[in-house]
Design a protein around this ligand. Structure first.
Ligand SMILES: Cc1cc2nc3c(=O)[nH]c(=O)nc-3n(C[C@H](O)[C@H](O)[C@H](O)COP(=O)(O)OP(=O)(O)OC[C@H]3O[C@@H](n4cnc5c(N)ncnc54)[C@H](O)[C@@H]3O)c2cc1C
Length: 330
């Protein structure tokens, strides 16, 4: 059987793409990412499974827990003839159409492919960063997204770990909400661009802890962040930094290992798409964080998932109606 559309991934981008493709009677197959492997690869539901309150997804006046939002999205797509395979795709063959995706040893063929495999925030690797349901402080004071969670830290003292542009952006953004922001950096100078460094260094609300790494986040037993134990990388001395929030800003890794050398990516591995979410292969579209280095929000991921499904449908329609130059106009 050749599927009209296969959707890879079940974050906000994948569910939205599947919803639109389902409602367009394309009977999409979704390969949802399965059970995942912790924070580095979240599995079905994607990154929002790692967080608690989501207050900026429109339609939920009083906010909603991240995992609940993803459950609602899943139930919504299940109304529209979307077949869900609860696995990770392990390989793709995009050398000719129909394309082939393999998951758990089973090959699935498709005319169009929507890649919504997302990205994973990089973490420090501390046990306290794990989500609250695993006994950690993830979503309970530890975050990887200032735009998402900064609002919850109004008037509080927080820390940002990292020394690149993203860390400086996060720190500057957090000064809109927080009393103070301490940047913890393992070196004695920043990696960020000159302009971002200047902005951060000039900001009176931003302080710096140089040559320091986070050894421990206190206090999982209390169920909230109360301080960080920092280790001086030169002297190994430990010191306490009293903060109520920690933002880890050491980068993101797009989930694109399956497509390396096959689809165009930028130097960090993000898929390169046209503004209408086409990739460089006919009938292959990419949406959400896997191709977004800028916004990385659930709503932008969902929006681009909608675009991907509409584009897939238009291509199939053009091909079905025998437009001989369909491939050229794409
Ligand atoms: C801690 C945290 C809190 C956040 N809070 C907010 C918030 O409050 N508001 C907001 O708007 N945004 C928030 N974000 C950002 C938001 O989660 C992302 O922008 C959004 O989830 C991106 O959606 P996506 O569908 O592109 O990818 P993801 O959510 O990353 O989902 C990717 C999916 O692809 C699957 N996948 C990966 N590889 C494969 C494969 N080989 N085969 C099959 N499936 C695969 C994964 O398992 C996953 O299901 C937060 C992010 C984090 C980390």
């Amino acid at each position: 059987m050749i599927h009209n559309v296969i959707v890879l991934g079940s974050g906000p981008a994948g569910y939205t793409a599947a919803l639109y493709a389902g409602r367009a009677n394309l009977n999409p197959l979704m390969i949802d990412g399965g059970v995942g492997q912790g924070q580095e690869m979240q599995g079905a539901g994607g990154q929002l499974m790692l967080t608690t309150e989501v207050e900026n997804y429109p339609g939920f006046e009083h906010g909603i827990q991240g995992p609940d939002l993803m459950q609602v999205m899943r139930r919504q797509v299940q109304r529209f003839n979307v077949q869900i395979v609860e696995e990770m795709a392990e390989s793709v063959d995009l050398s000719s159409r129909p394309y082939t995706v393999t998951a758990a040893g089973q090959a699935y063929q498709c005319k169009t492919l929507i890649i919504a495999t997302g990205a994973s925030a990089m973490w420090l690797g501390l046990p306290e960063e794990r989500p609250a349901h695993e006994g950690g402080l993830g979503g309970r004071g530890v975050s990887a997204c200032a735009t998402c969670d900064g609002f919850f830290f109004r008037g509080q003292d927080v820390a940002v770990v990292g020394g690149g542009d993203t860390a400086m952006e996060e720190a500057i953004y957090l000064t809109n909400h927080c009393s103070s922001v301490t940047v913890v950096h393992r070196r004695d100078s920043l990696r960020a661009s000159k302009i971002m460094q200047e902005r951060a260094l000039k900001n009176p609300k931003i302080k710096f802890e140089w040559n320091a790494v986070v050894e421990r986040i206190n206090d999982p037993v209390a169920g909230a962040v109360t301080s960080l134990t920092l280790r001086d990388v030169k002297t190994q001395a430990l010191r306490d930094l009293p903060v109520t929030g920690l933002f880890v800003a050491i980068g993101h890794r797009p989930n694109t290992s399956l497509f390396r050398g096959v689809l165009d990516t930028d130097e960090s591995g993000y898929l390169i798409t046209h503004k209408d979410v086409r990739t460089n292969k006919l009938g292959v579209f990419a949406c959400g964080d896997v191709q977004d280095t800028e916004y990385r929000q659930a709503i932008t991921a969902a929006g681009s998932g909608c675009m991907a499904a509409i584009q897939a449908e238009r291509l199939l329609e053009a091909e079905n109606s025998g437009l001989s130059d369909a491939s050229e106009s794409w």
